[in-house]
Design a protein around this ligand. Structure first.
Ligand SMILES: [Ca+2]
Length: 474
């Protein structure tokens, strides 16, 4: 490696792409040769977790290297103000050329437009799959074609125009976000039956009220817009659920196919120019997604399928290929990229650089517990309760504080908070909370303290409904 040469950075982020739909993560439902080839040259993170499984807050966490309570970007309605320092503003101040193409979803207008970029072209809010409009510093522009291809092509054109200065480009896709509109060239993919996940028929026995209360069940809550076809009239409830799963997954996985082709185009471009080894190339998603696990689509819950994001990092000049099960977070990415670029992280970033983790022979884990908080309490479409919790190597403790608001449309304002505790070693699918199991009393006590202390350490506050654990004060 030439130590005077700072790496280019190509950061591909997708929206709602679950690790369970990526070949190198053991997908049973599709192949992703582009992402797999990237992973084969770099590190696959098997326990990369988000701090808030929702598009807007997660994007803010990637950019600012802070948790939602710090950035103030807690829900879809709270947008990022552009007075925040981000890894982009820091890279640019250090001489990097910076650009952003694709889904921003952090707000528009003078207070929220992308800041710190030499160039940006972003979709308005969620954007459109076909013939999408993009907002740019010079006003809106519409491109004909398919959104995933356009984002990749616009990024490639910008990369091709760069000179000797190092650059950082964000290629942030809309896909495979709902309503999952694939390109017609992929219409023939996934016509064979797609295997069902083992928890497709989950009845939520063993979980608290929130899992029962959520309205994300494929059988009941996918809409006509999601499905695009009516189920055959002769099907009964169970068969119709499976039919809806197939329909959902076909379109979801076809959208992923275009993303994977985009990854191949980007890595192909870098390889053709002999830049691949000296480039930090990242593939990640803004959180995971339910692909029929627990009978669900969507995200939000702190359960593994949405808590976990795929994260692949390639930088052959400095990083040996492999995988790691260290607990890492989306708040770590900003400091990691700055560290690779040799740029000091702005004060106030709350993650950890992962550079040591992926370059040292016997790395020290960056954390022993991950903090999660989801704020959108009982929204009208998904009805997931707000909650926070801690996940360690083996256990997960979740507190649903119910916000003191009760269930909607019931007049009930006194619904009690609930806890869940999972032993991920004996119960990897999180089917049975052991919170009240006397055998786990010691673990429960320990995790409750760990959660309390982690909130203090990160500057968040426990919800007023949460009792103060013994040995601590509010
Ligand atoms: Ca998302």
């Amino acid at each position: 490696m030439n130590p005077t040469r700072r790496p280019n950075i190509v950061f591909v982020l997708t929206d709602d792409h679950a690790a369970n739909a990526i070949g190198c993560y053991g997908s049973a439902v599709n192949a992703t040769p582009g992402i797999d080839a990237l992973a084969a040259t770099g590190v696959r993170f098997d326990r990369a977790l988000v701090e808030n499984a929702l598009c807007t807050p997660s994007r803010a966490a990637f950019l600012t290297g802070t948790y939602s309570h710090t950035s103030g970007v807690t829900t879809l309605a709270t947008h990022l103000t552009n007075d925040h320092e981000t890894f982009i503003t820091a890279l640019r101040a250090a001489g990097y050329r910076t650009a952003m193409f694709g889904k921003w979803h952090l707000g528009h207008g003078p207070a929220h437009d992308p800041a710190g970029f030499d160039h940006w072209e972003v979709l308005p809010d969620q954007g459109e799959y076909f013939d999408p409009e993009f907002y740019t510093p010079l006003g809106p522009v519409r491109h004909e074609g398919y959104v995933t291809d356009i984002i990749t092509d616009r990024a490639l054109a910008w990369m091709a125009a760069q000179g000797d200065e190092p650059y950082c480009v964000l290629v942030w896709h809309k896909a495979p976000h709902r309503p999952w509109l694939p390109h017609p060239r992929h219409a023939d993919l996934f016509t064979d039956p797609i295997p069902l996940p083992p928890t497709f028929d989950d009845d939520y026995d063993g979980r608290g009220t929130p899992a029962h209360h959520a309205t994300m069940r494929i059988a009941d809550y996918l809409t006509d817009i999601d499905l695009k076809q009516d189920p055959p009239a002769e099907l009964g409830y169970a068969d119709r659920a499976v039919w809806k799963y197939q329909r959902y997954m076909q379109d979801y996985l076809r959208c992923v196919a275009a993303v994977d082709e985009g990854v191949q185009a980007l890595t192909g471009f870098l390889r053709e120019r002999s830049q691949f080894d000296d480039t930090v190339t990242i593939y990640a998603s803004d959180q995971g997604f339910y692909l029929g696990e627990h009978g669900w689509f969507d995200k939000r819950f702190m359960y593994e399928e949405s808590l976990r994001m795929p994260l692949v990092l390639s930088y052959p000049a400095r990083v040996a290929a492999g995988s790691t099960d260290a607990l890492v977070s989306n708040v770590d990415i900003a400091q990691t990229l700055l560290d690779f670029a040799g740029v000091d992280a702005p004060e106030g970033m709350q993650g950890h650089s992962l550079v040591g983790l992926v370059t040292e022979p016997d790395p020290i884990p960056v954390r022993d517990a991950h903090y999660y908080r989801f704020y959108e309490h009982d929204d009208h479409m998904h009805h997931v309760w707000a909650h926070y919790g801690v996940r360690t190597d083996r256990y997960k403790l979740i507190y649903y504080y119910a916000d003191g608001m009760g269930l909607p449309n019931t007049g009930d304002t006194s619904y009690p908070p609930e806890w869940e505790l999972f032993d991920l070693e004996t119960d990897p699918y999180e089917l049975t909370s052991v919170h009240l199991d006397p055998a786990y009393a010691g673990i429960r006590r320990e995790l409750t303290l760990q959660l309390w202390d982690l909130q203090q350490e990160l500057g968040d506050s426990p919800h007023p409904r949460q009792p103060v654990p013994e040995g601590r004060t509010r």
